[in-house]
Write a protein that binds this ligand. Structure first.
Ligand SMILES: NC(=O)c1ccc[n+]([C@@H]2O[C@H](COP(=O)([O-])OP(=O)(O)OC[C@H]3O[C@@H](n4cnc5c(N)ncnc54)[C@H](OP(=O)(O)O)[C@@H]3O)[C@@H](O)[C@H]2O)c1
Length: 305
């Protein structure tokens, strides 16, 4: 099994699947969370070059403004805006969604990209474990608050950036905030598994609305995501650099899920390397997806059937 994984890894490194598309997004509006750096920024760069109005939803206004300036200059598209939104605070998410719902006429693509990996034990402003709170609950709430606008803008897409790391964890219904025991890697895995289960559940609920939803693994990408890991592990990631992707390469599956015309007929699936991919058995468990949905609604105090 390990041998097979290595063969697949080497195959992807040396014979990566090439996908390209000339689809234009003139007149369309896109929101990308965590777009001031990494995969999110490169996704924003590409979609801006296709003519979209791009809204960078970021927690750090200064970093977001610097990214906005760079992207406007590089893409030649002046229609890029930076707005503040901290996914670790439901108040900030609600304020951001209020502004979008008031000011924007449409929303065609929502890319839930922002993420945090393997941080020390921390809690969000609302008392959720940080990785579950930011990576899953924050995006769950944001999607809920923007859903009417997405429906009115159909055809529209929601893209959830998950990870192959969904195999590292399970949904711990009895200790969702890791209060009894915390393992950073397991908590990251739980949050990324939640991204895929959310995508499956949401696709069912959105049937017939013209809004489709996708989850994806971007690859192992040389970004700031590794910042919470120990120095030796960060060094190991650098040594493995030839087997990892640049942020531009890492953005390709997000772009594919956002624009590929053939995906308009599909919803709820998991993608990697710009193609459908296989996720774990746990990530295909519809019963658990429903339990997670109910728990997420309960934690966020929302009614979303
Ligand atoms: N890199 C990989 O190998 C890899 C592999 C699989 C999946 N992924 C997924 O890909 C996505 C993008 O990651 P990346 O590699 O591009 O990492 P990154 O370079 O660290 O970017 C993450 C982005 O998320 C933002 N963010 C973090 N906490 C936030 C919060 N509370 N509110 C709003 N924004 C917040 C960060 O903002 P700041 O700059 O202000 O911190 C940053 O803009 C993540 O969902 C990650 O789980 C990455």
């Amino acid at each position: 099994m390990l041998c097979f994984q290595w063969v697949m890894l080497l195959h992807r490194c040396f014979l990566p699947r090439v996908w390209a598309s000339s689809v234009r997004l003139d007149g369309k509006t896109v929101i990308i969370t965590g777009a001031n750096t990494g995969i999110g920024k490169e996704t924003a760069r590409d979609l801006a070059k296709r003519g979209a109005r791009v809204i960078l939803a970021c927690r750090d206004v200064e970093k977001a403004e610097a990214a906005r300036k760079e992207l406007v200059e590089d893409s030649g598209n002046p229609n890029i805006v930076a707005k503040e939104m901290d996914l670790s605070d439901t108040k900030s998410i609600k304020e951001f969604a209020d502004i979008i719902n008031t000011e924007e006429k449409q929303l065609n693509i929502l890319i839930n990209n922002a993420g945090i990996m393997m941080c020390p034990y921390l809690k969000t402003a609302d008392g959720f474990e940080m990785q579950f709170g930011v990576n899953h609950l924050g995006h769950f709430l944001l999607t809920y608050l923007l859903l009417d606008l997405l429906k009115r803008s159909a055809p529209a897409r929601i893209v959830n950036v998950a990870s192959v790391a969904h195999t590292w964890g399970s949904i711990r219904l009895d200790d969702i905030n890791s209060e009894k025991s915390y393992a950073p890697r397991r908590a990251y895995g739980q949050s990324k598994l939640a991204n895929i289960l959310f995508t499956r559940s949401l696709a069912k609920r959105l049937k017939g609305t013209g809004v489709t939803v996708y989850s994806l693994h971007p690859g192992v990408v040389r970004s700031d995501l590794w910042r919470n890991l120990s120095k030796p592990i960060q060094a190991a990631v650098k040594i493995l650099t030839p087997f990892s992707k640049s942020t531009t390469q890492g953005a390709q599956t997000s772009i594919y899920c956002s624009v590929e015309p053939q995906l308009e007929r599909e919803s709820g699936g998991y993608y990697s390397d710009c193609a459908p991919a296989i996720c774990s058995r746990e990530a295909s468990d519809d019963e658990m997806a429903q339990k997670l949905w109910e728990l997420s609604c309960h934690m966020l105090d929302i009614n979303w059937d």
